[in-house]
Design a protein around this ligand. Sequence first.
Ligand SMILES: Cc1cc2nc3c(=O)[nH]c(=O)nc-3n(C[C@H](O)[C@H](O)[C@H](O)COP(=O)(O)OP(=O)(O)OC[C@H]3O[C@@H](n4cnc5c(N)ncnc54)[C@H](O)[C@@H]3O)c2cc1C
Length: 435
Amino acid sequence: MSDKNRTSSSNPGHAPSWYAASANDKRVRPSLAGETQADVCVIGAGFTGISAALQLAENGFSVVVLEGERIGFGASGRNGGQIVNGYSRDLEVIARRYGPEKAAKLGEMSLEGGQIIRERVAKYGIDCGLVDGGFFAAFTDKQIREMAEVRANWQKHGHTGLEMVSKSDVGRYVKTDRYAGGMIDRLGGHIHPLNLVLGEAAAAESLDARIFENSRVTALAMGANPVVHTAAGSVRAKYVLVCGNAYLGSLLPRITERMMPVSSQVMATEPLDAKLIEDLLPANYCVEDANYVLDYYRRTADNRLLYGGGIGYGGQDPANLTGVIRPNMLKTFPQLAGAKIEYAWSGNFALTLTRIPHVGKLADNVYFSHGDSGHGVTTTHLLGKILGEAVSGHASRFDVWASLPALPFPGGKTFRVPFTVLGAWWYGLRDRLGV
Ligand SMILES: Cc1cc2nc3c(=O)[nH]c(=O)nc-3n(C[C@H](O)[C@H](O)[C@H](O)COP(=O)(O)OP(=O)(O)OC[C@H]3O[C@@H](n4cnc5c(N)ncnc54)[C@H](O)[C@@H]3O)c2cc1C
C-alpha cells in the first residue's frame, strides 16, 4: 500500500502515525503558484531542509522552502524520535577509512547535532517532549565488548556522557531479561520528531522564510541563477539546497544512484497505565539494541510504547506493519500481550554504500546532503546547518564532508537491492548466532 493510501485522516497528507495525530500544528501551508525569487531555495522540508532554512533565515537570507507533501512528511516526521549522537559508522571506522585528520574533524562535530536541537528547542520554545538519555542494549558479550571500544574511542573525542551498564543494572533502564548489558548515553534522548520539525519550520517562518507545501519540484534548471520548477510555479534563486533524501525520486539521478531508500516500521500502543510504562522504562530513556537489524523503542508523553524495527531495502512497505513489529515488542515485553496497537506506519530513510552521509555540490550554487543511513535525527540538524554555513561563505566544514567519497551501489538499479539484502542477511545471521 502506498503512503498516499495510508494518509492520516486527522492530518491529511501525512502517514497515519501517532505523530501526525498528535501534531501541535496541523495548518496546511499554501502551495507555490506563479513565479517568485529568493536568495536560497530549499527542496524538501525535513530536518535537513528546515535546519538549513532556519540557519539561513537567522543570518538574514531570504529563503523559500518547497515541500512536495507536508512539512515533516518524510523520515523526519515518522522516525523513532531517538537523539543518537555520532554517525552510522563509528569514529574508529571513519579514522581507518578516511584517515585520522578527517576523523578528528568529524569527531569535533559529532555531538553538535544534539546541541543544535536542544538550543533551538530552548530558543524558540518548541514543544516536542524533549527527554534526555538513551540506552544501547547488548544481547551478547561480543556486543558489550564492541560498545566498550566505542566508548573508549568516543572519550578520545571528548564525549564523556557514555557509561557501561552491567546485566544486573539493565533493569534501571528497561525491564526485560533479553539483554546481557549495555551502555547509556546521557547526551542522547528523545523527541516527538514531527513537532520538532514543525516548531523549527515555524521559527524559520517567524524570520520571514516562506514554506510551500504540496509543491513538488519537477525540474531544476542550473545556471548563474538556478530556477526551481513545480507544476504551478517557479523560484529563481542564487543558491539551491537539495534536501529530498529518500523521497527525491528520479529528479536528480546523480544523487539518487548513490543512495537506496530503506523502509523501517514503527507502531504505537494505546496509552498504557502510568505505573506499567514506568515499570517497563523506569528512567524514561529511549532504547535501541545493537543488532544489525535493530529494535528501537521509547515512552511517549502520553504513556504509549512506541516501538520500531524491521527493514525493507528499496523502500518496500510490508503489507502487515503490526505483524512485523508486534512479535518483536512481545519478545522484549511479554507483559504487553493484551495491549492494543493504535497506530502503525512506515517511512523511508536513505542509505549510502558507506553508511556516511553524502554531501556535495551539483554546481557552484547547488548543494545537497542526504543519506544519514538510519541515524539522522542529529546528523541532519548538523548538516543542514553546515549547508547554511556554506551558502554564507563559510565552507570549511562543508568541504570536509564533501571530500568523503560516495560510491554508487553495486548492481545498479536492478541488483542493488538483492545485493544489499544478501549483505544484511549475512550480518543478521551473525547476530542470531552471536558471533
Ligand atoms: C521509520 C524510521 C525511523 C527512524 N528512526 C530514527 C531515530 O530514532 N533516530 C535517528 O537518528 N534517525 C532515525 N531515522 C532516520 C531519520 O529520520 C532520517 O535520517 C532523517 O529524518 C532524514 O531527514 P531528511 O530531512 O534528510 O529527509 P526527510 O525527512 O525524508 O525529508 C525529505 C523531504 O523532502 C521532500 N521531497 C523529496 N523530493 C522532493 C521534491 N522533488 N520536491 C519537493 N519536496 C521533495 C519529501 O517529501 C520530504 O518531506 C529513522 C527513519 C525512519 C524512516
